[in-house]
Design a binder for this molecule. Structure first.
Ligand SMILES: [Zn+2]
Ligand SMILES: [Zn+2]
Length: 181
């Protein structure tokens, strides 16, 4: 059986942690998931002048390297992502599309010179994965403070929001016509 959402682990996070997040994804989007760590070439997205990776190029690479039978794809990476108009992004997704990418790099307290706190990192990663996948299901940013679809510029904002879509985002999700093969 082909799973509906493929989580491609290109980070040093253990697959066991991603499995817990995958369960959340299954519940939220009422679908199946699987996790793989097949090699994924990030080098084409690297911008040496910024020392960062262009997340839009990564999305294209992700689609190129994946069989068409795979439905939605989300890559988890641990490199720093950007889009040209922003200093950095936590992730990017194709609105109503197949591909999304999330970086764990700026989600850890260590990145900000604070003591390591894995639980916090995983909670943030879970929210960002659900958020970016929400975009692939056509959800826009939401203004509800506790909705997972609220946009976040800083980790503090990720911490404030919930891991679930609010009622109106849930209703929008139910209206999505999506028939994974
Ligand atoms: Zn967003
Ligand atoms: Zn919402």
């Amino acid at each position: 059986m082909v799973s509906a959402i493929h989580i491609l682990n290109a980070s040093d996070i253990g697959n066991d942690h991603l499995e817990l997040i995958a369960r959340r994804v299954q519940e939220t989007f009422a679908t199946t998931t699987d996790i793989s760590d097949r090699p994924f070439n990030l080098s084409r997205a690297y911008d040496s002048s910024r020392g960062q990776y262009n997340s839009t190029v990564l999305l294209a690479e992700l689609l190129n390297s994946s069989p068409p039978a795979e439905n939605k794809l989300i890559a988890v990476v641990d490199v720093d992502l950007y889009i040209p108009v922003l200093t950095f992004v936590f992730g990017e997704a194709q609105l109503n599309g197949r591909a999304a990418v999330v970086s764990v790099q700026r989600l850890s307290n260590e990145f900000y010179g604070l003591p390591q706190d894995e639980k916090t990192t995983f909670r943030r990663l879970e929210k960002e994965i659900v958020h970016e996948l929400g975009h692939t299901f056509g959800l826009f940013h939401c203004r509800r403070y506790d909705c997972v679809m609220r946009s976040s510029t800083y980790v503090e904002e990720i911490d404030l929001k919930g891991v679930e879509p609010c009622e109106s985002c849930r209703t929008a999700l139910k209206g999505v016509r999506w028939n994974p093969s």
